[in-house]
Write a protein of this length. Structure first.
Length: 55
């Protein structure tokens, strides 16, 4: 739980000094997109491992 809180703290303060608002929005959207892609990749791997890697 402490690691997640630390990650949240780092994420929220990473964009404090960014001046162009569109750049902040773009970077936040990209970071959310990357997180979703990682979650989907982990889900796909776990699903394949649970079903015996059958194709």
């Amino acid at each position: 739980m402490g690691t997640l809180l630390h990650f949240k703290h780092v994420y929220l303060h990473a964009f404090d000094d960014c001046k162009p608002a569109y750049l902040v929005i773009l970077l936040k959207a990209y970071s959310i997109f990357c997180a979703l892609m990682l979650v989907m990749a982990l889900y796909a791997f776990i699903y394949r491992a649970a079903t015996g890697f059958e194709f």
